[in-house]
Design a protein. Structure first.
Length: 139
């Protein structure tokens, strides 16, 4: 019930789960970094990694299921391309929470500044008042 109230069962949530799951792996993030500079074949993507072609293909399938990459058809070649739309959705989701926390931190900063000012004001008024042990001024 709580999960439903928070919106974690919506289709967008499942898509975000897949995106963040795909991004959790450093190899997949490295593949996306490479694809940010342009499309590449699977064999081109394998080159910098100490992994087999089938292992890289599995990583690409995870990225593809998450909607982060697409495969095209180019005669004999099936280039892999980054698809920024789903990544933009994840960025938008993160931005909502960044704004929320930014607002909370700004309110906290304001409260702390008010407390400091009040403390300083209290200290200033205390220093002007005669204390119990202060000598009585002579007339």
């Amino acid at each position: 019930m709580v999960v439903e109230l928070l919106g974690y069962t919506k289709p967008e949530s499942k898509r975000l789960d897949a995106v963040f799951g795909a991004l959790a792996d450093p190899t997949r993030r490295a593949i996306l970094t490479r694809l940010a500079s342009g499309e590449a074949s699977v064999s081109e993507l394998v080159e910098p990694f100490p992994m087999s072609q089938p292992a890289i293909s599995k990583h690409i399938k995870v990225l593809e299921r998450a909607g982060l990459v697409t495969r095209g058809r180019d005669a004999q070649r099936r280039p892999v391309r980054i698809d920024a739309r789903v990544l933009a959705e994840a960025t938008d989701w993160l931005e909502e929470y960044r704004k929320l926390w930014q607002e909370k931190f700004e309110r906290l900063d304001s409260l702390l500044e008010e407390m400091k000012a009040q403390e300083k004001s209290d200290d200033d008024s205390d220093s002007g008042a005669r204390g119990k042990n202060d000598p009585i001024p002579s007339p």
